[in-house]
Write a protein that binds this ligand. Sequence first.
Ligand SMILES: NC(=O)c1ccc[n+]([C@@H]2O[C@H](COP(=O)([O-])OP(=O)(O)OC[C@H]3O[C@@H](n4cnc5c(N)ncnc54)[C@H](O)[C@@H]3O)[C@@H](O)[C@H]2O)c1
Ligand SMILES: O=C(O)C(=O)C[C@]1(C(=O)O)C=C[C@@H](O)C=C1
Length: 361
Amino acid sequence: MRTALVIGTGLIGTSVALALSARGIRVHLQDADPERPRTAAALGAGTDESPDGPVDLAVIAVPPAHIAPTVVGLQREGRARACLDVGSVKGRPRRELVELGGDLSRYLGSHPMAGRERSGPLAADETLFEGRPWVLTPTPETDTEVLNLALELVSVCRAVPVVMEADAHDRAVALVSHTPQLLSSLVAARLEDADDAAVRLCGQGIRDVTRIAASEPRMWIEILSANPGPVADVLAALAADLDGTVRALRAMESADEAKRAAGASDIEAVLRRGNAGRDRVPGKHGAAPAEYETVAVLISDTPGELARIFADAGRAGVNIEDVRIEHATARQAGLVQLMVDPVAAPVLSAALRERGWSIRQ
Ligand SMILES: NC(=O)c1ccc[n+]([C@@H]2O[C@H](COP(=O)([O-])OP(=O)(O)OC[C@H]3O[C@@H](n4cnc5c(N)ncnc54)[C@H](O)[C@@H]3O)[C@@H](O)[C@H]2O)c1
Ligand SMILES: O=C(O)C(=O)C[C@]1(C(=O)O)C=C[C@@H](O)C=C1
C-alpha cells in the first residue's frame, strides 16, 4: 500500500492515519468538519489535501449510518481501489450498501476492538490498536486484493486479525462492548443526584466500572441505533439476573434464617459466576489472562512522578505489564499499582524501596 484516504478524522480515523503515516504511506485526510483534518495533519497523521487520483485504500471512520453512503460515493467517483470501514456495527451498513447498489467486491467491513472514552483527533494514538483483535468480515464477493490490503492495514496497526461473519460480530459486540457501555452509563447515572457525602467516598471500584460512562453520547447513540436488537436481548437476560439478585437480597433481610441462608447462597452464586466470566476475559495481546503480581507505590500528585517510577523500574530490569492509578480524593497523592511477573515483584519492590519510594503491601 502506498496511498490511503482516511474519511472521518476523529479518534479512530486519526489513530489509523498516524499508524499508516509512520510507515511512510501517504495519507490524505478528509472529514465533514474541515477543522478536523487540519488538526489531524498537524499531529502528523497525513495531509488535508485531496489525492490527485485513486488511492490504494480508503479507510472510512465515520459513524455507522454514514458508512454506506460514503462508500458508495467513493466508488462512484472512483477515488479508491478498495474501501474498508472501521464501524462498531457490521450487519446494517453492509445491508445499506447493498440497497444503495454499492460494489461489495471492493469493500470490506472491519472493526478494530480498541477505542477510548474520548472522541476527536486530539484523543488519537498511533499505538491504539497494538495487540488488539481487529475483526474482518469478508464475504464470498470480497476481492482477494481488498482482503490483502485490509490485512496489510491490520499489520501496520500491529493488531490481530479475526475473521467473522457480520451478524455474528454484531451479536458478539452486543455482549462484550455495547451492553457494558450501557451498564457503565446506568451505574454512573445513579451518581447524578447522589449526596455529595456519598460521592466523596468513590474508590477504585466505581472508577473501574464507570470509565466508559464518560464516552461521547452522540457516537454511542449511532452505534446502538445500528444494533438495538442484539443489545436488547443481552439486557433482557441481565434484567432477569437483576430481578433474581434483588429477590435474593430481600430474602437476606428476612427474619427466617433458612430464607436468609438461601438468599446468601444465591448471591454467592452470582459472585462466583462473575469470577468465572471475568476469568474468560483475555489478557494483553489477546492471550490468556496472565497472573501478575501487584507492586503498589505511593506517589505525590506532582508532574513527572510516574515517569520516574517507570525509569526506576526499567533500571531494575523489570517489565511493567499493566498499570493502574488510584487517586486519593482527599489528598494530593495517589497509589500506583504496577502489575509485573510474580518472579519480578520482589526485585521491583526492593529496587524501588532502595530508590526511596514508599511501597504499600
Ligand atoms: N470510539 C471507539 O471506541 C471506537 C472503536 C472502534 C470503532 N469505532 C467506530 O469508528 C467510527 C468512528 O468513531 P470515532 O470514535 O473515531 O468517532 P469520532 O467522533 O472521534 O470521529 C468521527 C468523525 O467522523 C466525522 N464524520 C461524521 N460523518 C461524516 C461524513 N458523512 N463524512 C465525513 N466525515 C464524517 C466527524 O466529523 C468526526 O470527525 C465509528 O463508526 C465507530 O463506531 C469507534
Ligand atoms: O475502551 C474503550 O474505551 C472502548 O470503549 C472501546 C470499545 C470497547 O467496547 O471495547 C468501544 C467501542 C468500539 O466499537 C470498540 C472498542
